[in-house]
Design a binder for this molecule. Structure first.
Ligand code: GDP
Length: 296
């Protein structure tokens, strides 16, 4: 299960605090050393860990904490609050355009789960009585268009495709027109991915962005890839100005680094978490719930 070893390491560190009536600064420092190691082992970005520990220590060694009746519990509560803050604090909701349709560009590297997440996001929106249009703008990966069409059929959402001979820019332009004419309120553009970030990919995405004027640019990253996911997010953000991240494969045994670092490193929140291959396995990302899950 995801975060398993992080969770048990943290619990180990806290058990020592919990059992004691009084604690002093040395005990807090000892526990924080273990928390630090646990986070590094979970593949959390080094700088993020350093700043996190500094923040927790600053709050935890305050007199009102150490002198309280349950200092151990209070330190754990501080860690919980700071973990929540690290992942963005509040739930970051998907944008709603003042005038429909709301345009969402889905971007990411091949295999991250972009096409699947596009289908899942459409289903999520349908549950909120929205009418999404799926747009097949990944014209390079041979099966991508068909894959989106199959997803569309499964959830009974319309799929806009012009085959693989029309440019993604033109597909996006016509898709938005189509959505307006048909009173569809979300346009989800499944853009092309590549195995690696390259200039041609970014240039094409910038051109689509120019025409589509998206309200959201969501980067889909695979949580299993740890710090690589964070590096990918940083590059995409520099090149495209993301509005948020969709973190996939949280059902796997990810150590947790991506979930814990991506917001701190890029400044962009995780908006959705995908926890399985099924179409309803996508949820808005709740930093507080994730923190509680990690702390067990
Ligand atoms: P794309 O190349 O980014 O469009 O990737 P796909 O959407 O085709 O997904 C690649 C693979 O990852 C597929 O086999 C998906 O079923 C799988 N996948 C996507 N999201 C998740 C997830 O949250 N959990 C799991 N276990 N598998 C996922």
């Amino acid at each position: 299960m995801a975060f398993e070893s992080l969770a048990s390491r943290l619990q180990g560190a806290f058990d020592k605090l919990r059992g004691r009536g009084k604690i002093d600064e040395t005990a807090v420092n000892e526990a924080m050393r273990e928390v630090r190691l646990a986070l590094l082992e979970a593949d959390v970005n080094f700088k993020v860990v350093k700043e996190f520990i500094a923040r927790v220590k600053e709050r935890a060694v305050g007199q009102e904490v150490l002198k309280s009746l349950t200092p151990g519990q209070m330190v754990i509560k501080i860690v919980n609050e700071e973990l929540t803050a690290l992942m963005g604090g509040d739930v970051a909701k998907i944008a709603v355009a003042n005038r429909p349709p709301t345009v969402v560009m889905m971007v990411g590297l091949q295999g991250a789960g972009k096409t699947t997440s596009t289908g899942k996001l459409a289903k999520h929106l349908q549950k909120q009585n929205r009418k999404p249009l799926l747009v097949a703008a990944d014209i390079y990966r041979p099966a991508a268009i068909k894959q989106l069409q199959v997803l569309g059929e499964q959830i009974k959402a319309p799929v806009f495709s012009l085959g693989d001979q029309v440019s993604p820019v033109e597909i996006a332009r016509q898709a938005i027109e189509h959505a307006k004419e048909n009173h569809l309120d979300y346009v989800l553009i499944d853009t092309a991915g590549r195995l690696h970030i390259d200039e041609a990919l970014m240039e094409e995405l910038r051109q689509v962005r120019e025409v589509a004027k998206p309200d959201e640019i969501l980067l889909v990253v695979d949580a299993m890839t740890g710090q690589d996911a964070v590096n990918v997010a940083e590059s995409f953000n520099q090149q495209l100005e993301l509005t948020g991240v969709v973190l996939t494969k949280l059902d796997g045994d990810t150590r947790g680094g991506a979930a814990l670092s991506v917001k701190a490193v890029t400044g962009k929140p995780i908006k959705f978490a995908a926890m399985g291959e099924k179409l309803d396995a996508l949820e808005p990302f709740h930093p507080d719930r994730m923190a509680s899950r990690i702390l067990g």
